[in-house]
Design a protein around this ligand. Structure first.
Ligand code: F3S
Length: 401
């Protein structure tokens, strides 16, 4: 790779051991992907996981003196103070989250603890070169804003934050952003939940390809686009999609394919969506809780749930996970009060794939998120997956039919 004088100095250790480690990793990545050079990044997001390996890596860099040049927003771990009030957190888990918070603070991250930073804190403009990890984030950056990012790992995104550079390859290059497969949507995709199913159904027919959707509405909500990207990337490693008429680089089908023909055409029918729904959901029956916010709910989604439970009583506990900013706005708007009066709550800074939910292991819940159900399998949590309105109805009855 051709490095600038400054990049070579980073690699040689002039800027300290921490920056040197980060640059070494990036040069190795660049060589693997045949990148000719590095390019500057203007934004970064690190999908911290608050797990052993993640902590080992960030602490190693902190101890080597690394500091971020481009402060990254970061994913949620869990809200220790909240969960200490409602359950028991082991000493070990408490220590891990405290160390995670400290390490990311020391390295110069922006402590958003949110998995949808592209909606409220880390919003790029068209064409910007960025380094985002997190499954719902990379497709949103590429497909909704027309900014550019590869499907970074938490570690490669952190290295980019430290050096302010990323190797030039993959989705940063025009030619790799073109659509590959035309996806003709014949299913009735009418609400945010249908985009979850669509995102899960498409990778059944294609993986590692960039889909171009036609026959979808051209005014999807931000939540719909977030859901589509989260599920496509979780189920099929798809960090970029085009929706003709929505994606900035896909004003027309010809734009999306950059004048080429699609490699294949696939059709998604209502039967495909129904089939995937039946496959990913656990059996109906009594439920113990309801959980939303994987990815983190935005304010409109919180408002929707608050409206649905207004003046009613929930039979089971309900939580919405969101960012601290959205929680603050929900408090100001009275949504939190409405939710709490019904028996629900909002928890910020928290991911569902964290040990703070141990008190729900072995229990069954209801959620609108296939990603939530997928990740919690290893934690022995069961989920019936339904659209939000049906989840609320179930939470009021304590049962899904
Ligand atoms: Fe966010 Fe955790 Fe789900 S980071 S998308 S709540 S797996």
């Amino acid at each position: 790779m051709q490095l600038t004088v400054e990049e070579q100095e980073m690699l040689d250790g002039k800027y300290g051991k921490g920056t040197q480690i980060a640059m070494k990793i990036q040069v190795a990545l660049g060589e693997v992907f045949d990148a000719p050079k590095m390019v500057p990044v203007s934004r970064t997001h690190v999908a911290l996981s608050n797990q052993e390996a993640d902590l080992w890596f960030v602490e190693k860099l902190v101890n080597a003196g690394a500091k971020c040049r481009v402060s990254p927003t970061v994913n949620p771990g869990f809200n220790l103070e909240y969960f200490q009030c409602i359950t028991t957190i082991s000493k070990e888990d408490e220590q891990t989250i405290r160390r995670t918070r400290q390490a990311y603070k020391d390295i110069g991250a922006t402590l958003t603890f949110d998995c949808t930073p592209y909606l409220e804190k880390n919003v790029p403009r068209f064409g910007e070169i960025t380094a985002f990890s997190e499954s719902s984030a990379t497709p949103f950056i590429n497909s909704v804003y027309g900014a550019r990012t590869n499907r970074e790992s938490a570690q490669s995104a952190l290295c980019a934050a430290i050096t302010g550079r990323t190797p030039l390859y993959g989705f940063l290059l025009d030619e790799n952003r073109k659509g590959q497969v035309l996806v003709d949507v014949q299913a009735d995709v009418k609400n945010d939940f249908d985009y979850q199913l669509l995102g899960y159904a498409v990778p059944k027919k294609l993986q590692f390809k960039t889909p171009v959707f036609v026959n979808l509405p051209t005014t999807p909500s931000p939540a719909a686009l977030m859901n589509l990207g989260a599920q496509l990337n979780t189920a099929g490693n798809v960090p970029m999609y085009h929706i003709v008429g929505v994606t900035p680089e896909a004003r027309t089908i010809e734009d999306a394919f950059q004048g080429d023909e699609p490699e294949r055409i696939i059709t998604i029918t209502q039967e495909d969506l129904d089939q995937v729904h039946a496959e990913i959901t656990d059996p109906v029956g009594k439920i113990d809780f309801a959980l939303f916010g994987c990815p983190h709910f935005n304010l409109n989604q919180v408002a929707q749930v608050a409206e649905l439970v207004k003046g009613k009583k929930l039979e089971v506990k309900l939580w919405i996970m969101t960012s601290s900013l959205t929680k603050e706005l929900a408090t100001r708007m009275g949504y939190l009060e409405t939710l709490q009066a019904a028996g629900g709550d909002i928890v910020d800074d928290t991911c569902m794939d964290q040990p703070c939910w141990e008190f729900l292991y072995g229990k069954k819940g209801v959620t609108d998120s296939p990603k939530c159900a997928y990740y919690t399998k290893r934690r022995n949590m069961q989920f019936v997956i339904r659209k939000v309105e049906d989840c609320i109805e179930a939470a009021m009855r304590g049962e899904v039919s």
